[in-house]
Structures are given as C-alpha cells and as structure tokens.
Write a protein that binds this ligand. Structure first.
Ligand code: FAD
Length: 490
C-alpha cells in the first residue's frame, strides 16, 4: 500500500461512469484545477439495485470506453478499468495509489444516486474527499420546483422554468496533458465481454461511439438536419434528427453543447429560430424525464397514474413475439421493430407507433415493451424510456391520453407517404406500390402478385384487426376509469 502524500500531491480519482468524454466535463475540470495527478477510472458495477444495462447498451459501452481510453492516452493518461462492487474497487485504488479524493459526475437515477451517496458518505468518514457534479443534464434534478415547491408534472411549465434559468456554461476542451499519476493495473476490456459473440448480432450497428462520434453527429445535424427539424423529425425515411441520444446517454457530449450549437445556428441565421427552439425543447424533454424519475423513482415499474395498473393486460406470447420480430402484418410497426433489431435505434415517430400498437392493439403491458427497448436500444435510458412508454400508455405524468390510439395504417401513410422507410426495412414489400405498402391486405390480388407478395407466406397478414383491437382497448380503459370513479365515490 502506498502511503498518503503529505505535500498535497496525492492523486485525485476521476471516477468515470456515464460521462465518457473530456470536453465540457465538470468533474474533470475541477479535478484538474486541484493541480494534482489525476487517476481516471471506470468501474463496471452491476449491483446495488441499479438496473443492469441491456445488450445493445453494452455493445456501445465497449466502444465508448475504447474511444475514451484512446483520447486519454493521447493526453498522457491511462484509463483504469475495474469491474465489481464500485466501493470495493475505489477503496482498492485508494490503497494502491494513496489517492485521497474522488471527483465524479453524478448519476441521477434513484438506485445509482443512493448507491453513490452511500459510498461517498462512507468514504468521507474515512477522510476521502468526494465531490460530485452535474455533467449530464441541463438542470440538476431537484433544482427546478414549481410555485408550491413541488416537482413539475407538466412539461411546458418545466420547460419555461428551465429556459428562464438557462445559463449555458463556457465550452472547455479538458486538459491538454495529464501527468504524474502513478501506474496501476486495470482490467483488460476484452475480458469484460461487452461485445456480443455467438452470435454477433451487431453487424448492422452503424455508429461511431465515443466523444468524436458525438461531436461529428452534432456537426452533421446542425449543418444538415436542423433547418427542417420541426417537420422533418416526424418523417422516419429522412435523416432529419440528430441521432445524438446514445451519445447523450453515455455522456460523450454535454447537452449544453447541443443546445449552444442550435442556438448559435439560429443566431447566425443559418436556421430559423423556431427550428432551433424545437430541437432545444426535445433536449429539455430528456431533462424532464430525468427530473420525473428523480422525484418519482417507481416510474420504470409502476403507472404514474395508479389506476392504470389495474388495466386488464393480456398474456399474448405469440403477439409479443410477432411484435419483437417485426411480423405483425402492419408494415410501419414491423419496419420499426426491424430497424431496432438491426441498428439498435428506432425513429421517434415510429417508437410511438410501435408502443401504441403493443399497448393498445395487443393490450400487452407497457412494461414488457419497455424491457424489450431496454435490451435492444443503444440509447436505452431508464428515465427517457420509462417516461416515454408511460406517455404512450396514457399513464404518465404529462401523457398522451390513452384513448388516442394510433392507427398504424394512417400513421404510416401520413409520415411515410412514399413508403421509403417501410420498404427499406421490409424488403418483402419493396415492389409494392407506395399506395398499398401500409396496408398490403387491401391491395388487389394482381398488384400483390405483380409485387411478389403472398400474404401469409412472404409477409404476414395483420395479427389483429385494428378497428376491433381499438374497441377492445377502449373497453379496457373503461374498466380502469370506472374503477377510478368507484374509488372516488368510496
Ligand atoms: P432528436 O430528435 O435529434 O432529439 C435530440 C435529443 O433530444 C435526443 O437525442 C434525446 O436526447 C432528446 N429527446 C428527443 N425526444 C425525446 C423524448 N421524447 N423524450 C426524451 N428525450 C428526448 N430516448 C432515449 O434517449 N432513450 C430511450 O430509452 C428512449 N425510449 C423511448 C421509448 C419510447 C416508447 C418513445 C416514444 C421514445 C423514447 N425515447 C428515448 C425518445 C426519443 O425517441 C429518442 O430520444 C430519439 O428518437 C433519439 O433520436 P435523436 O437523437 O435523433 O433525437
């Protein structure tokens, strides 16, 4: 064991988690400002009630850690990897190096927050300084409260409050060179097995995880997609959105940087202000989700409006499997689910459609869909995922009403009028004229024949009749609202 340096030069542990970047990183900047050697460490701890990352997230994490390690190496530092209970690993590192301080950017999910607070509490009792920062959100959860001092439950007032208080921080690149940290051994990332094997299903994952990839995505978006964002963001065949969500989730880019880039583009007149505003509003939805999860920790598990937990969900394994595989017979739903499986991503408009289909057309518990997304999305995020699933289910804080049931045919016709998106993901329908591509069962037999489509053979017939499923969903809703009225009368 190394003894503590007596001259104030003991190293500072920079504990990386989901802030895998060097730019605009408050914990790194503050650690550097101490003038002491910095020991960058990443711990992979799946215990303490923190929900284990899904398979697609682990794929991303693997690449993001490699990118971070390369950036750090370029500035003279080694990323130390440690797996297992975080506190045990941190204490080991303290023993090995004589470090007496830990700087970190906080995780705000309730279980991680509690774990980190407990660790900090115990380490502080042993004389270790622990300093936490907000490096992932525009506003620290808990810092924005409504007029009565409670949490906001509606998005628009939350957004107004956040905008009124918005103080974008100055951009920082992080230190040019690290130095002086003692050498300590870490794990070999290959041994963590984060990349899938047997089978490796990630062949279609066309991503550049890491800080450089995040900055490149932002640059591309601001120069190409932002000018038509407000309308283009609803059209899944277009590349009109930023694709920043996994980069934001893993903290490869600070959300303020995205905010500032959009605002600067509007100030420079290269995009209309309302386009930048719409994008910034979406960034604020991300914060709103984190804020809701912070104040309502059961968001991933329980309906925010409790009466919705009495919904008569169906057990329908065949329906669920068809949904996951993109074999429901509704092309826009199937295209979305196949895009998700192949790329780890799904367009937001299509996420809403497939979620509505699962919850309302199939009457399957939204939590099953949330879990599937959790495992398959590269941007899977506890707050955003559960908030959005509850939004579609109608059970969330500021949710779409349950009775608003998306019609998968008209949604497809409206937002994918030329059927380019559907045909990209469902090659079986590639030759079907766009007019029929969202409802192949309505196509005349000769059109189907000429397009090489044999319903029930090359592409499934719809697994439910939407009109009937809609009535069933509304009847189910009535049982729930009736229960609420009964409860109110009690
Ligand atoms: P852009 O349109 O470019 O938006 C910019 C950023 O704003 C996004 O990167 C994201 O960080 C944020 N954002 C945009 N829309 C939302 C939203 N509705 N809620 C919260 N933040 C938003 N997003 C996740 O990051 N992780 C999830 O696990 C997740 N699960 C979802 C589940 C369902 C059922 C639905 C309907 C939406 C979900 N979303 C989730 C929100 C949204 O679909 C994605 O953030 C978006 O598609 C990411 O693409 P983008 O980066 O190109 O978005």
């Amino acid at each position: 064991m190394t003894t503590k340096a007596q001259d104030g030069s003991a190293p500072v542990i920079l504990w990386f988690r989901r802030d895998l970047r060097l730019a605009d990183n408050p914990a790194l900047n503050q650690a550097y400002a101490t003038g002491r050697p910095i020991l960058p460490v990443y711990t992979h701890d799946e215990g303490a009630g923190v929900r284990a990352a899904g398979a697609a997230s682990l794929w991303w994490l693997d690449k993001s850690l490699r990118a971070l390690a390369t950036s750090l190496a370029g500035r003279g530092a080694t990323l130390i990897l440690r797996r297992g209970d975080a506190e045990t690993q941190l204490r080991r590192l303290i023993d090995e190096t004589g470090a007496d301080a830990i700087f970190l950017n906080r995780l705000f999910e309730p279980a991680a927050w509690t774990r980190d607070a407990d660790i900090a509490h115990r380490l502080k009792a042993d004389g270790i300084e622990c300093r936490g920062f907000n490096g992932s959100l525009l506003a620290r959860p808990g810092s924005l409260l409504n007029g009565s001092g409670g949490p906001y439950k509606v998005f628009t007032p939350f957004m107004k409050a956040l905008r009124a208080r918005a103080e974008p921080p100055a951009h920082t690149n992080g230190p040019r060179a690290f130095g002086g940290a003692p050498h300590v051994a870490g794990d070999d990332l290959d041994d963590w097995g984060l990349h899938p094997t047997r089978p490796d299903w990630s062949g279609g994952f066309d991503w550049a995880p890491g800080e450089d990839g995040g900055i490149a995505a932002l640059h591309r978006f601001v120069t190409e997609g932002l000018k038509d964002y407000a309308d283009g963001r609803d059209r899944p065949a277009q590349a009109a959105t930023s694709r920043l969500s996994p980069h934001l989730h893993f903290g490869e880019i600070n959300p303020w940087r995205a905010w500032i880039a959009a605002r600067d583009a509007a100030d420079a007149g290269t995009v209309a202000p309302d386009q930048a505003d719409k994008f910034i509003a979406e960034l604020i939805w991300r914060d709103f989700s984190a804020h809701l999860l912070h104040h309502f920790p059961t968001l991933p598990d329980k309906a925010f409006r409790p009466e919705y937990d009495a919904m008569p969900w169906r057990e329908d394994e065949a329906g669920f499997t068809a949904w996951t595989r993109g074999l429901t017979g509704y092309p826009i739903v199937d295209a979305g689910m196949r895009e998700l499986w192949a790329t780890g991503m799904m367009h937001n408009r299509v996420r809403m459609i497939v979620a509505s289909f699962l919850i309302k057309d199939l009457l399957i518990d939204w939590r099953r869909g949330e879990a599937w997304f959790w495992d398959t999305l590269v941007d899977a995020d506890l707050a955003s995922n559960s908030q959005n699933w509850q939004w579609v289910a109608g059970s969330g804080a500021d949710a779409s009403p349950y009775f608003r049931i998306f019609n998968p045919v008209t949604q497809g016709q409206k937002f994918d009028a030329e059927a380019r998106y559907v045909k990209r993901w469902i090659p079986e329908l590639a030759r079907l004229p766009a007019r029929w591509a969202h409802a192949p069962w309505e196509a005349p037999p000769e059109v189907l024949r000429d397009s090489g489509v044999r319903l029930g053979a090359t592409y499934p017939r719809p697994i439910v009749d939407h009109a009937r499923a809609r009535d069933r969903a509304l009847a189910a809703l009535k049982t729930v609202t009736a229960e609420r009225q009964d409860a109110a009368a009690d």
